[in-house]
Design a protein around this ligand. Sequence first.
Ligand SMILES: [Zn+2]
Length: 188
Amino acid sequence: MNAVAIMLATLLAFDAAPTQSVVVSGMTFGLVVHQRSFKDCDDAAAQLSGKEIAVAHVFYHYGAVPDPSDPDLRLLVVAVDTEKSYVEIPRISWPYMSSAEIQAADRLYDDLVIHERGHLAIAVESAAEVTALKHTVPANVDPRAALTPFAALLDARQREYDALTAHGVRQSRAPANLRGDDIRLDCK
Ligand SMILES: [Zn+2]
């Protein structure tokens, strides 16, 4: 959920692999995988610990539909922009990986995907939640301006998820539909 400028700098710093996709709530989102190399497993564990090393970039569409009860009003509609929103997940490696280390790195990757998919799922849910409020927008007002009071709500839902799961380190605490294994890198 970082700023776009920071995200672009990150993408330029890594070799972005061909874009893949993840499906969340029946919607397809881009998945950018970048390779990150370390000296060894302990180096990776030390550098990655305590940080959210994957990122979900979420963008919303705002619109308005006619209010059936008042021709001068429209109702705010918010949806996740599936074209623009995407997740970035690193794939980590180091020289001479043992098969156990390859498994540990694969597991880390899979668990990161689960955590970031959760951010997208929450974005879809909270956009629907804002739409369900049937907030009215005067016909002459840009619906984007009407969204401002709800932007905090959309952000808060993402922060609650990160607080609850400690950025995925405690993914087992997530709501049932988003639950997964706790993210960790097991160095033998
Ligand atoms: Zn997170």
